[in-house]
Design a protein around this ligand. Structure first.
Ligand code: NAP
Length: 490
């Protein structure tokens, strides 16, 4: 019995789908057998949805050795063919992947299906890019001191990448690490989130099936002090590509040592609604940005900043729109908002809402929690120093703040430690230009949600959200290579 709106949370019913996926970590294609099992439970009803045999520190060393020992060197066409085969297999198994994503993460099945489409695009773009030449040519006779030579560049794969992924897009985050690495021929050790390991391992198995040589990919889960931390520090690892929270990202930055480090960290993205905005567009974008994926996107709308002149009209429409984001059983196709990742996260969200109310905020819709399910929640009059404004809250919360003019909007937007992305709703070109120039973020989307991108466009944040080094298939491929130059007389 799904409920419409966020006023009441659906009672849990016994799950329709009781599949249990028993899976293994892999060292270069070899399944690890161990009595040490990770149990994966549904955030929705706590049923067992899968198990994973865990790795230990010796498996981590074996994975390094296998990657460095190498194997068949892949041509561009080989890499294209593997990625293309994987893309086709993913289309065939889309429903199965979506079921696993939804079961282990609590994301609504419709979000899980959408995510398989995004991962498909990642594989497709990586396949396409793998065929393109990545060299440049510099003629040297172009200055008074020049001479008749040419400098050429080529990109060489790294020896080994360590890729660490978060829980919130169990498939797409993993695809965004592995596919660009395969496209350039760099071997990977993957360390997925222990909250959503099943989807990640399914993708690894699919890539083996698509013909990926086993030395190119291992997937390990186990105690942080045996797997993730020693691998981060290991000098044989050329790059750590990490997506996750700010504290863990900063710890990796401090411990990785002399190697490349890519950090894609948290966000606190605003949607800024100017007084000239089309209100229906603003309401739609604010709701989609706040509630999609249970609000668990690094680029989810985490602050709605509205010009004070249109505040009342916006809020009235926004509350009505928010009621259409039905929360309930993630496996029900009618459910729009599933659970957050676990009960502890939902309790954090509930507390952060209650704390803002103590500071003077008012809840207009939602605000209740049941287990790991947090209702889509509209909160107004939120003080600028409230926790949910200053810090990242990873869930379906929609705090609304007002500003008086564009200077105030820019100052408020830039006032947090984060700098991932932003969305602006305006039809005024002068406003758009000022936001593009003055927001301290990695992305400014005009009349779109902060999360808008295609899988091959550059993506990534600044300040606490990242070091300004971009991902997205094309940029990530650059990260997974070294540039070599050579020159010749001409
Ligand atoms: P998290 O707690 O930082 O975990 C991310 C990954 O790091 C997991 O695989 C985790 O493993 C691992 N890890 C934990 N401690 C580690 C350590 N000491 N050394 C190395 N690895 C370690 O993040 P999360 O809660 O899964 O994900 C949510 C966060 O990711 C949010 O802040 C979100 O904004 C951010 N995110 C950012 C982007 C972006 O592109 N900027 C995209 C998506 C998500 P275990 O699971 O075993 O703990």
């Amino acid at each position: 019995m799904s409920t419409s709106g966020a006023t009441e949370i659906q009672e849990k019913k016994n799950s329709i789908d009781t599949s249990v996926w028993n899976m293994h970590c892999y060292v270069a294609g070899k399944a690890i057998s161990s009595d040490n099992l990770l149990e994966v439970k549904s955030p929705y009803d706590n049923r067992l949805v899968g198990t994973v045999t865990l790795a230990n520190s010796s498996h981590a060393q074996q994975a390094i050795e296998a990657a460095l020992a190498g194997g068949k060197k892949l041509t561009r066409y080989d890499r294209f063919s593997i990625l293309e085969k994987a893309r086709n297999l993913l289309i065939e198994r889309r429903e199965e992947f979506a079921k696993v994503i939804s079961a282990e993460s609590g994301l609504a099945i419709r979000e899980a299906i959408y995510e398989t489409g995004r991962a498909h695009d990642v594989l497709m773009f990586a396949a396409i890019e793998s065929l393109k030449d990545d060299g440049q040519i510099f003629s040297c006779d172009i200055s008074p001191s020049g001479k008749a030579r040419k400098i050429f560049t080529l990109r060489e794969p790294l020896s080994l990448a360590l890729c660490i992924t978060p829980f919130n897009h169990p498939l797409n985050q993993v695809a965004h690490k592995i596919a660009p690495a395969i496209a350039v021929g760099t071997p990977v050790i993957l360390k997925p989130s222990e909250k959503t390991p099943l989807t990640a391992i399914k993708l690894v198995e699919l890539l083996y099936e698509a013909g990926l040589p086993h030395y190119m990919l291992s997937v390990l889960l186990g105690p942080t002090n045996e797997i993730a931390e020693p691998l981060v520090k290991d000098p044989k690892v050329d790059i750590v590509s990490f997506t996750g929270s700010v504290p863990v990202g900063k710890r990796i930055a401090a411990t990785a040592g002399y190697k490349k480090v890519i950090l894609e960290l948290g966000g606190n993205d605003p949607i800024i609604i100017m007084e000239d905005a089309d209100l229906d567009v603003a309401v739609y974008l604010a709701a989609e940005g706040s509630y999609r994926n249970s609000g668990q996107r690094c680029t989810a709308v985490k602050r709605i900043l509205v010009h004070e002149k249109i505040k009342d009209a916006f809020i009235e429409k926004f509350v009505e729109k928010s009621k259409t984001y039905i929360c309930g059983d993630p496996s029900d196709p009618k459910t729009v908002v599933g659970t957050v990742i676990d009960e502890a996260s939902a309790i954090y969200l509930e507390n952060v809402v209650n704390k803002s109310v103590e500071q003077g905020a008012k809840i207009l819709l939602g605000g209740k929690r049941n287990g790991a399910m947090m209702e889509p929640t509209v909160i107004v009059d939120v003080p600028r120093n409230a926790d949910m404004v200053v810090h990242e809250s990873f869930g379906p919360l929609a705090p609304i703040l007002t500003f008086k003019d564009i200077d105030d909007a820019i100052a408020l937007s830039n006032s947090t430690a984060y700098g991932l992305s932003s969305g602006i709703v305006t039809n005024n070109m002068q406003y758009a230009l000022r936001f593009i120039k003055e927001l301290k973020v990695g992305t400014v989307n005009i009349n779109e949600v902060p999360g808008y991108r295609i899988e091959s466009s550059p993506f990534g944040g600044i300040k606490d959200s990242g070091l300004g080094i971009k991902e997205g298939v094309i940029e990530a491929m650059k990260c997974f290579t070294y540039v070599k130059t050579f020159s010749m007389p001409w």
